[in-house]
Design a binder for this molecule. Sequence first.
Ligand code: PLP
Length: 352
Amino acid sequence: MGNPDGPGAQTDRFFHWLQSHAGVRHNLSVSGMVGVVRPPRPSRREIDRATTSTLRERLGELLGIDPSRIYLTHGATEGNALVLAYLARTGRRARGSPGRVRAWMPEYVPLWEAALASGFSAGPARGPAAVAVVSNPRNPEGGLWERREMEARTDGDRAVLIDETFREFTEAPSLAAPGHRGWWCTGTFTKAYGGDALRVGWIVSPPEEAERFRRWHTLLTDSVGPASLAGAIGCLEARDRLLGEARSRLDRYRPLLARHRPEAAGLAAPVFFDRTPGVDARRLAVRALRRSILVAPGVYFGDPGGVRICLTRPQFPADFAAYLRFRDDETGRRSDPRPVQTALRAPSLRPR
Ligand SMILES: Cc1ncc(COP(=O)(O)O)c(C=O)c1O
């Protein structure tokens, strides 16, 4: 994926695209549950009592990980940046250069660009590389790579940064749990928990790096404030309610999407990459705006062959129907729904 303007340019355009059109009627570009699921508000007393170690311990219990491998951050973005800067420095010291990064496009572009900004050079999709970066579940494709697949794909890579931002939309365990050598995982309260206002995330280091990374983390980050700590602890206490809501929403919308895109039947995250063979997907996204529909063009994920749509908002059924009508008009093809095998009754979408 080229970066003619330097690392960060594509990420900047991506966020500008999302923010500058956020007022559209049919917003299919919101990837988290903000405003849909509501984290509990901590009381004064809970804020006074919240500590870093309590949150690390609770996360440790949940993830099945020794808390000494868990580091709190202000979100997954910060976690990814810290890990990548650490790995780049380690590479420089040991071998004179950070080495190469690889990714599997389409990929969440800030992950890729943060690696370039840290000093890694762009490597081919085939390994081995100094670091592989991968969102899992995959953003924007929505699939989940199980442990075996991750091992096979990253075989030979010195380190792997696995961004598990969307993992809690699924029942899948964190790939950090068994402490795979070289595997780093990041997570966040900003997506499935709807905790945008909290700004809390975490990093899990591989066991062999826990001690050295602790110093790096302590040196470079501010600690998470008590109100955010208490909010995150509250999210874990209300986890069943919050994740139940987030997951059941995905369970309702997935079959609705899969009636038109059968490959979406196995989505693990509320994102989907809608490929548009023979059509300029960027132009499609620009034209969608004229009908007040916001999707994210694939160029922002290193793959110009489609657009990303998100399945998070309560308006998804109507928004998706509007998108389908628009897309059919643009491509001259009809999106006839197909029956899908599901225990859930999908809200009906009127075919045209
Ligand atoms: C794969 C991925 N990682 C990280 C983030 C950002 O997470 P945070 O808001 O916790 O920094 C996003 C946001 O959409 C994302 O999709």
